[in-house]
Design a binder for this molecule. Sequence first.
Ligand SMILES: *Cc1c(COP(=O)(O)O)cnc(C)c1O
Length: 359
Amino acid sequence: MDISITRTSSPTTDERLAEILANPGFGVHFTDHMFTVEWTPVDGWHGARVTPYGPLTLDPATAVLHYAQEIFEGMKAYRHDDGSVWTFRPEANAERMVRSSGRLALPVLPVEDFVQAVDAIVEVDQRWVPDAAGEKSLYLRPFMIATEKFLGVRPARHVTFMVICSPAGAYFSKGIKPISLWLSTDYTRAGRGGMGAAKTGGNYASSLVAQQEATAQGCDQVVFLDAQEGTYVEELGGMNMYFVYSDGHIVTPEVGTILEGITRSSIIELAGKLGHQVEERKFSIEEWRDGVTSGDIVEVFACGTAAVVTPVGQLRWHGGQAGAADGEAGELTMRIRQALVDIQYGRADDTFGWMHRVC
Ligand SMILES: *Cc1c(COP(=O)(O)O)cnc(C)c1O
């Protein structure tokens, strides 16, 4: 892919950038540039470019605004102590986007083009990658939208893929404390044959009201059960789940209707290397309640790119609860988290070959 690069004539000043990177928050500041490439059936992918960051002009009839033909990815660029900049398993994000595009009837962006696009924008905006101290990173948001001006219902014949970047602070700014989960019984996130395994905005749109309910119940996040039987644990709105047993084995819900997290699959490999047997299987809500109550389950955690690994404390539902609200993060939870973070920031040997150097 040939990428043309047009740099902004008014880059963010060093002073302003330092101010932003000192306290970036999440998803509120954006870098000076963005990546764009467009697709039509006749020309395929064309017009790859890095340009100054700015608003899009979209016709009100643009398909994505009406029928949500959209997919996205979430990943990070990390600065190592020697100043170099790296991404974590970018091919895995690219491959997942290929799978998502299959489900949403969007065109396939080849894996090597995806990785090249991400490399290009990160290299141009590399001064936006924060120093490694305090687990800061540059969050990368590749996304693909139906940009044809057309209100009929069929796959769009004009599609746009973009990458934007946003500096991110540490997810846990005040130490790592277990979160509480609300068990949603009124809402599900995905049914059989649905979009659960695709990373698409629609899944998030449908999870918002359940998250609202969780917040109203005083919980941090919502956890969804399977749509068919209302029995098996699926995942949170945007994180996969893990259960650690007292004998050291670990269970994580099997794939199918859940989103296949790259953090999830990395933890399967990592935990295996640490000597823990990992089972991917159906995991019922009764097993969770009973296991926590009996002490068979000793740690519960959730994982995803944003938080890496988040310990889970209490599970609550209408009329009941399991687990302690005031507990501490589990020992294995923290060991796995540290092992992953150390690889990402280049402080541990990358024995799995997960890191990809950008510049
Ligand atoms: C992105 C996402 C995850 C986490 O995936 P990672 O690749 O680990 O960041 C989990 N669940 C949902 C619904 C997601 O969209």
